[in-house]
Design a protein around this ligand. Sequence first.
Ligand code: TYD
Length: 204
Amino acid sequence: MFITFEGIDLSGKTTQAALLYKHYKKAGRKVIFVREPGGTLVSEKIRKILLDRRNKNIFPLTEFFLFSASRYQLTKEIIKPFLKKGFIVICDRYYDSSTAYQGYGGMVDIKYINKINKIASENLKPDLTFLIDIPLEESMKRRGIIKKVNDRIESKEINYYKKIIAGYKKLAKSNKDRFKIIDGCKPVSDIHNQILKILKNFKI
Ligand code: TYD
């Protein structure tokens, strides 16, 4: 079983992924928890390049290839072997992040994204994807930048996030079989229980 968590920054998806991991671990299940970008020695090095604020002139396609390189390594080295051994694999972000951020965010042609996503995942598809959904205002509030929505940089950023949120919704609509949209504004424990209930229905 391959379970992924998606959502915009500060949606709370990492908290929920970690809670789910703890739940299965406590129950004595075979489970691992990985994150993107990262999760292997090489992928963590790529993560450092991606998150380094000094790398200002990185082209969108370079960025996308780096996310994809990190993903391929993680998929081959960890995700696939552990799935084969019967583990539940929980992943904090997977290729839907690239589709939402680089694709729908408007940086890279969605046709490239779809093609490379397939290659970087070796056609592996999550069995279930929890989209922790929060409105843009909530994300801004959590980041403490809600007050000055009109200055140039912030509104540029706001437009970008609007596109990502809409992109995620589009993705969920066209992948109804695996996407579960969860209201990220609810209390942490309510969200966790809702996720457990969904997984129970899937007999996991
Ligand atoms: P991270 O610090 O892990 O943030 P989060 O806790 O929100 O996951 O940084 C990951 C950042 O990289 C996040 O802003 C989303 C972005 N990202 C992409 O743009 N494309 C991708 O394919 C992935 C995996 C992440």
